[in-house]
Structure formats: structure tokens, C-alpha cells
Design a protein around this ligand. Sequence first.
Ligand code: ASP
Length: 348
Amino acid sequence: MTPPCAAPLLIIYTGGTLGMIDTDQGLAPGPDVEARVRRALAGLPSARLAALPDFLWQELGTPIDSSSARPNDWAALASKIADCHRDVAGIVVLHGTDTLAWTASSLAYQLQGIDRPVVITGAMLPLEADGSDALHNIETALGFAAMPRLQEVALCFDGVLLRGCRARKWHTQDRHAFASPNQGRLGERRGDDWTLIESRGLEATQRGAPRFELPDYAGLEGAVVRLPLWPGINAWQVAAWLDDDRVQGALLEVWGGGNVPDDLAIGQVLAEATGRGKLIAAISQCPYGTVDIGHYAAGRLLAEAGVMSGDDMTAEAAYTKLVHLLAQPISDDQRRRRFMTPLVGERG
Ligand code: ASP
């Protein structure tokens, strides 16, 4: 069991399946989620109920299905956390699972150096559904959010605590829905025991002083594109994205350890785009491992075109980092340097 902590926690509810109810049009956000969550927690066995930390409750505007979340929703959530984090011991964010890893990654960049837990969770089934994972996930997230040694944005799901900017939704139905392919878990709950693996935490490695960056992402919606390669891709198809003036950055998803077709015309399109100041990074389509973009001759074209290595980052972490850096009032060189530097444990 986790020891009770003095200051309360804060739950911020944003929407997602967890609070949904059946409607004529299918599952949709339902009313009175705070009361429903408190009622469900009150039904826990007495020892677990006694160990639950106290929590306050806030909602972030109108609850949404997270498939509708946009970069400015990430910014609104980070601002809310920044505004109130000093009054609470830790924060739990209840969020839809579909884009939960995107929000978690973006929060990590916006809340750099946060000195208390921010634990984001959701559920595969609505709170009141038979066999729902919602109550277990909320109880587990509250337990981790009460641990002062956790000082970063983490994602909690099915008893496992992952670094937020390393996690991915991995399953469409299974309650064990999230994985962290290139970074070990930060903690786990077994029965009534919550264990934090402190040596893996940012607090033990690179947290540093709080240095929040809370930009306005509004002008950047759609400014970064995601471009997975496929066999037979042509330079004109890459150009269709990158030549558009509205596009300021791109995440290329290349093959294996950093390969692209040996097509100089594609290299030319990429080089012209980086030459115009567009921020372009490459990660692998393989979920595990890293890219080394100069290793194969076929991948050298990326390095020559000024494409940055995304190392072992998830697509969610690399994409949200590009958006975040483009929103900063810094030079192109500084953006490139910061992309290549681990800011919050997001890359090897
Ligand atoms: N579509 C839902 C959402 O992301 C799925 C979920 O919460 O599991 O909001």
C-alpha cells in the first residue's frame, strides 16, 4: 500500500471511454463523472479505501473523445497543471486512450523539470461496464501520484507505470494496452504493493530545475506532417507534403535502422525542405531499437539532406517534440540541437 500523503492530489478529467455511457449513437462522454468515480472508489475493500489519497477534482472544458484532441488541447492541459501543481502533491489526468501517449509526450516537454507526479491514465471500458479496468487504473494512478519520488509525466495502465514520452498504445482491446518499447517500466503494482523503480526515474537521472515551456500551439496545427515510407514511394509524393508552405516540420518513418529508397530525387526534395528551414526528423518503422541514419549507404541520403536522427523515440514523442520546438522563440540551429538532446528522457 502507498502511505497517505498530507496535501491532496488533483484529478483532472478530460474525457475518454472511462467516463462514457451508451447512447443511441454509441459510446459518448457521460455526465457526473466525479460522483461516479467517487462512488466506485467507495466500493473498494476497506483497507484499500483507507489507503486512498484524498483528491480534488477538476474538468478540462467539455469532455471529449481523445481522437478529437488537438495540439492546443495539450497546451490547455499543461497550463492547467502548471497553474495548480504547487497546491497539490500530485496530479492524475483521466484521458481517452487513443491519443493518450501523444498528450503524455507533449506534457513532458511542456512541464520540463516538474517536481511532482503527473500520472495520466484512462480505461478500455467505461467505469460501469462489466469487467471494466477503469477503477483499477484510477486507484493505481492515485497510488503512484502520491509518491513524491516520482517527478515526471508518467503513464499508468493495467498496473504498469511507464515514462509518458516513451509509451505507445499497443492494443485496440486488451486491458494491457500500452507498451514502452525502448525504455523499461518506471514502476508496477502487484496486488496491494506499488513499486517505483527509482533508479529509472527522471528525478534520479536528468530532471533538473522546473523550467516549464507553455507555448501556444494554435498556429502549428497541421504544421508538422507524418510521412511513413512505403515500397514504391516517389519524390513527387514526398514533395506534395514538404513543398507546401504551411508545413514547417516532418517526421519521416523510415525502414529498419535508418534506410530509405536509394532515390536521389527524394534526397533532393528533403534537402530543399531542410534548406528552407523545415525541421525534419527520421525514426524507424520498427517499434524496437534505434536508427543510425549514416550506417547504410541507402540511408546516408538522409544525413546529407540535413534530416535529424530521431534515435529510438516513439512516433508520438518525436512528433510532439517537433511541434513543441517549432513553437519556441529560438533559432533553427537551437531547435535542431534541442531535438538531438534528450530533454525529458525521451531518447536514448
Ligand atoms: N476513443 C476513446 C478515446 O480515446 C478510447 C478510449 O478512451 O479508450 O477517447
